[in-house]
Ligand binder design. Structure first.
Ligand SMILES: Nc1ncnc2c1ncn2[C@@H]1O[C@H](COP(=O)(O)OP(=O)(O)OP(=O)(O)O)[C@@H](O)[C@H]1O
Ligand SMILES: [Mg+2]
Length: 395
């Protein structure tokens, strides 16, 4: 497709055309005007004088008497003809200026229309109408097209984040309400003497309180990381060693889920907060145990690739849906899942927030033979030291 012209290009062309047209028009019109004045003067002269002019035009000399008459007539007619010619050119110029003011206004309006539409749109967005978009007029210059496209992209992004914020606020309320309702029911029941106040019931209450604390901690982590305010205790850290320690701690849960874990864990040194690395790993491994237990086998490996250390977790479960939004808080593939079979949908958004805070990356793909692959990537230690990453303050 042909690229749209620039504003400077289009304005330059318009001005050049207007100037050229003005010069040609005024030159032609003033020549025509002079001719008309000449004809009008001749129409008033005697045949003798016209004959003298004809003789002169043929480069011959008229008689002395005719010459004298010619000089006398010229002395009268020439100043009048000059005044008429100047007045005519001035009037023509005024007419050209009037037409050009009209054309310039139209051109300026054409260029100003998208700018005004953007200003108007910004007011609407400011008033909370995030669905407002600008329909770009045809044949916009490159800059104005960029302005309109930029505005529409911003409006789109704002609408998306507002939609996400609404969803997340509703989700937070819902997730917090569930344990609170259970707590309320048990405490009320205990006060009414319906439930005994024994250890078993206290443990149920404690589970609900831990659920609440976890949700609040996760939300805090995501929120701090998104504002760059998450404190990290950065140190030299071996991904392989941290993985071994988390796998060791989770071994009973994997055994209970009848899952076997294959490992290939050569050393992979990074600069990171080891506690946060373990937190990420726990979230991903806990997901594998929860959602991919049917696959039976899990493989966890570390390797170094292109100055990056990669921690890869492959499971043999159902994998992620193609349109998943697993890094968005509260997204779950199966919304109907109950608390007993699933979590609140915050785990992977916390993993992403922590990976971002480390200057790293987390990716989710589905494996060709079935199952999900989650990869955590961090700059290898030497590279991180060279670039002085992560730059976040340590606490
Ligand atoms: N290994 C996996 N295989 C298939 N689906 C997965 C896997 N891991 C996560 N998911 C899907 O992604 C969703 C989001 O996972 P995430 O860890 O963010 O939240 P959660 O496990 O539902 O809750 P939380 O981790 O907060 O307790 C899960 O609900 C699940 O539907
Ligand atoms: Mg999870």
């Amino acid at each position: 497709m042909k690229a749209a012209p620039t504003l400077a290009g289009r304005l330059g062309t318009a001005i050049a055309w207007m100037l050229a047209c003005a010069v040609v028009f005024i030159a032609t019109a003033s020549a025509g005007l002079d001719k008309l004045i000449e004809l009008e003067i001749k129409s008033r002269q005697s045949p003798r004088l016209l004959h003298a002019i004809e003789v002169l035009d043929k480069n011959q000399v008229p008689s002395n008497a005719d010459m004298l008459l010619l000089i006398q007539t010229m002395a009268v007619e020439q100043p009048r003809a000059m005044i008429l010619s100047y007045a005519g050119v001035a009037l023509l110029s005024l007419a050209v200026i009037a037409v050009y003011v009209w054309i310039a206004r139209r051109i300026a309006n054409r260029f100003a229309a998208p700018v005004l539409a953007v200003a108007e749109g910004a007011k609407k967005i400011g008033a909370g109408d995030f669905s407002h978009r600008i329909a770009p007029p045809p044949r916009l210059t490159r800059e104005l097209q960029g302005l309109v496209d930029g505005f529409n992209a911003q409006a789109e992004a704002l609408e998306g984040s507002e939609r996400r914020m609404r969803f997340q606020t509703a989700a937070v309320a819902h997730e917090l309400r569930t344990p609170l309702t259970v707590l309320n029911g048990y405490i009320q029941g205990a006060l009414d003497g319906v439930f005994p106040r024994d250890d078993a019931h206290m443990r149920i209450l404690l589970t609900q309180v831990s659920d609440l604390s976890r949700i609040i901690d996760d939300l805090r982590t995501v929120s701090l990381a998104s504002t760059g305010a998450l404190g990290l205790e950065v140190a030299d850290c071996d991904l392989a060693e941290e993985t071994r320690s988390v796998l060791h701690a989770l071994a009973p849960q994997f055994a209970a889920a009848e899952m076997t874990v294959e490992t290939a864990l050569p050393s992979a040194l990074v600069r990171a907060d080891p506690a946060r690395i373990r937190q990420m790993l726990r979230a991903v491994l806990e997901n594998a145990r929860r959602y991919a237990a049917d696959g039976g086998c899990l493989s966890v490996s570390t390797f170094v690739h292109d100055a990056e250390c990669v921690l890869r977790i492959d499971d043999r479960g159902p994998g992620f849906p193609a349109d998943h939004r697993a890094f968005e808080g509260f997204w779950r593939a199966d919304l109907s899942r109950t608390r007993a079979t699933g979590g609140s949908g915050l785990g992977l958004s916390v993993v992403k927030a922590l990976a971002d805070a480390h200057g790293g990356e987390v990716t989710i793909t589905n494996r060709r033979n079935g199952g999900a692959r989650v990869e955590l990537r961090f700059l290898a230690r030497e590279e991180a030291v060279r670039l002085a990453l992560p730059r976040l303050a340590t606490v």
